[in-house]
Design a binder for this molecule. Sequence first.
Ligand code: NDP
Length: 673
Amino acid sequence: MIEVGSYVGGVWMAPGEGARDIHDAITGARIGRAGNAALDAGAMLEHGRRVGGPVLRAMGFKARAKMLKALALHLSGQKEALYELSYTTGGTAVDHMIDVDGGIGTLFVYASKGVKELPEDGPLLDGDVEFFGKAGSFGGRHICVPLQGVAVHINAFNFPVWGMLEKIAPCLLAGVPAIVKPATATAHVTEACVRMMLEAGVLPEGALQLVTGGLGDTLERLGPQDVVTFTGSAETALKLRGTPALLRNSVRFTAEQDSLNASILGPDAGPDSPEFDLFVKEVHREMTAKAGQKCTAIRRILVPEAQVDAVIEAVSARLAKTTVGDPREEGVRMGALVSAAQAADVLEKAAIIGSEAELVFGGMDGFAPLGERATGGAFVAPHLFRADPDSAQRVHDTEAFGPVSTVMGYRDMAHACEIAARGQGSLVASVITHDPAVAREAVMGLAPWHGRVYLNDRVSMKESTGHGAPMPHMVHGGPGRAGGGEELGGIRAVTHYMQRTAVQGSPEMLRAVSGVQVKGAPEVVSEGHPFRRKFGELEVGQVLQTASREITLEDIEHFAEFTGDTFYAHMNEEAAARNPFFPGRVAHGYLLLSFAAGLFVDPEEGPVLANTGLEGLAFMQPVVPGDSISVRLTVASKKRRTAEHGEVRWAVEITNQEGATVAEYELLTMVAG
Ligand code: NDP
């Protein structure tokens, strides 16, 4: 018997009064219990808010990103134990990898993004400074700072590991402590994973708590700085959303719930095309991976009317070869649903769909899962239906959360998009087409109703990640029935745990708040050339004003000849004068950049190691022979990369003899020290 604990307030709490039973999905045997009515939700929340939150926030983005990486590495070394335990949830070895490796991969992605895309410390900046007056003495910018509460993550049974990790990765990276409440049916796997993460010794106390079984009155106690994220049924989401404390305190509530995802076979993809084959493979995989218990699984298969029979035949042929049974048995490709209750629910929903659709493959008649142990388990055979998309209704509003899908014929792409939209909002739609025009029309029709649109064809199929796989880089969530939430999506997801605040003030104030240079902020006075300063000695706002240099016609001709850029605007006076942008022959933009470097560079060996790039280049005014340019180089921002060096961004402004800006850009350098 597995005694599934809760980790609350820094201690493990064994199951007790009110504990819920956990069953083996393959045998049906009772294997554990979870939950304890003695949970002190108030103390748990305070522990997160008062103990975990301050430490996490003080760490800064980079240290938190490193913490995620350490967790990912630690879990990578313990995967086998998680796979082994996961067999009790009904899945196959491949299913366990989707859950476990998918979760660890998500941690790695957020760790990497945290280092690369987030500031070392200080607030996360959202957008540029905007000025409100002509003189540029008052402006504003948006910043994001971590919320000071806790995030309560309520997860579904189907991904006990990924479901937790995909939520805590952006949450902890933001600096907000997490309280994880897994679905009871698979809470033992989540609990094992939490124990491993705590053993890694990198999580500050209070950063991660686990509640198995009931949540008690946790939601009733949430306040304005807290967040709830939920994955599960629309019914539960609706109930929890309505918790008075959540409404009263405007607690953020992100839901990812039922979704009638569709996959569309393009009208160009005939039975002999690589796309047809690809489509059939994707549909089959989505019906059978995790026995169809994926929020992104394909529930509705939309194909050109003329292809309905061919698609049914091809999908059925693949399903016929899919052995269902005890995943430990040789040759088994699809396991059980998570519980007898889920199996009953899926069969009930399949019957509802069957009331207006024809079963064309599978069903429970004569079905027997493979394996001696499999007799008492939650096995459901694949069900492939065929329906008329216009007259049917239940197929568009009934989520049978198992290996159940319906083929429907569409007339044209507008019709296909209309059918997909009858799902009232879904997580993902896929379009398998090799025709870019079809892809464009489909995306424009599908996007308003979907959080993600997945296009695939012969070109991308080898590297494509799969209709059903949410990528940490991409938004996961969907409008309407799918919950209206957004999870993942790179750094976007981190901001879900942060407050976005508009900060207004003078350039100097905005620089002080943001840690980056703001145009018009006073110079930070320093002596000597900034290229002589080590990374740690440079200060944002330090300026180098260079001498000036005249640009002659000979310079332009020399540059043209030397580089081969003899474009008429530099070489032909009459042609250049006909160009509406130029008064006559002008200097090359790249000549200006080269001369600018000649003006600001300090040539001797020193802490500046390399010029790694240039961003935001704009040529604002032409430079003609006889003009003089000079450069103002300002330390715009700094970010340490290693103990030995860091990236320094310099705001470069090239002006002419009248003080007018002729070019602007940001120069990126690596600086030692
Ligand atoms: P539920 O909505 O019942 O449960 C989801 C999560 O909410 C679980 O952690 C559950 O905990 C928790 N929960 C339920 N009631 C409460 C409550 N009153 N207070 C706090 N937490 C609560 O979904 P199921 O897991 O039972 O699945 C039912 C159906 O939902 C599936 O058949 C499927 O149609 C859909 N579903 C959709 C998913 C998606 O990603 N789109 C994922 C999973 C399910 P506990 O397990 O302890 O009850």
